[in-house]
Design a protein. Sequence first.
Length: 296
Amino acid sequence: MGVMINHHLLAIVFGILGNAISFLVFLAPVPTFYRIYKKKSTESFQSLPYQVSLFSCMLWLCYALIKQDAFLLITINSFGCVVETIYIAMFFTYATKEKRIAAMKLFLTINVTFFSLILMVTHFAVKRASLQVAVLGWICVAISVSVFAAPLMIVARVIKTKSVEFMPFTLSFFLTISAVMWFAYGLFLHDICIAIPNVVGFILGMVQMVLYGIYRNSGENLDIEKKMNPSEQQLKSVVVMSSLGVSEVHPIDVNVTESVDPSSYAVQHEDPSKEEEPVTDHDGKCHVETARHESV
């Protein structure tokens, strides 16, 4: 009985720590959206990471509500749903018409249609409550593991460019610590669906930090610009996501393609009054020198 109490207390401790770290990570996109608010434009930012994050938070929230003994999972994902909804609403407000329509279609597809379908299947097709928890839990695991495709792309880019400019160390560090906390929470709560995604998150976070230690001094901005194609010289973004729905988009490289000087295409017109200039020769006679004028 004493061991069970200790496990329960440890689950509470790690759950609180996980809430605190995830709370900070959820607020990481605030500078991004402050930039969007100031410029009244979403620029090259995309709504996909925030919509996937909202979808993941809603799934974990439903899982925690059905499970009934994961209060700390409810608190952080409720906060995540509110924050991500605010981010998406701001994106809708300041996006161009085309991007707004595309984002709304994505929202209706993922966060309305797909989410409703999952709820209906787990509620009507699965009758037993314990089986509902298991089915929804493994769906959450599948979604959480799939979002790690974005960090894997970051790892590939770091190796390719030999630069960590594309991988913010601070956020990777906190996401790794968050994965440890939530893994311990799932472990002491005896919930494999919470523990498994955070094992993947921890491994990937460690890989990112090892790569940071290897390449932190080897990449220079000038070298990166030489390796990149001119078509890639534009605003890029890095997506960092955790297994519990935390996501962030980082603008990492703003390179402007070489602009063309409009004056190079201007027609150079000479003043007709300066076409003929009197020139005095050494013999004192005056000659008229006609400047050759080319028409374009």
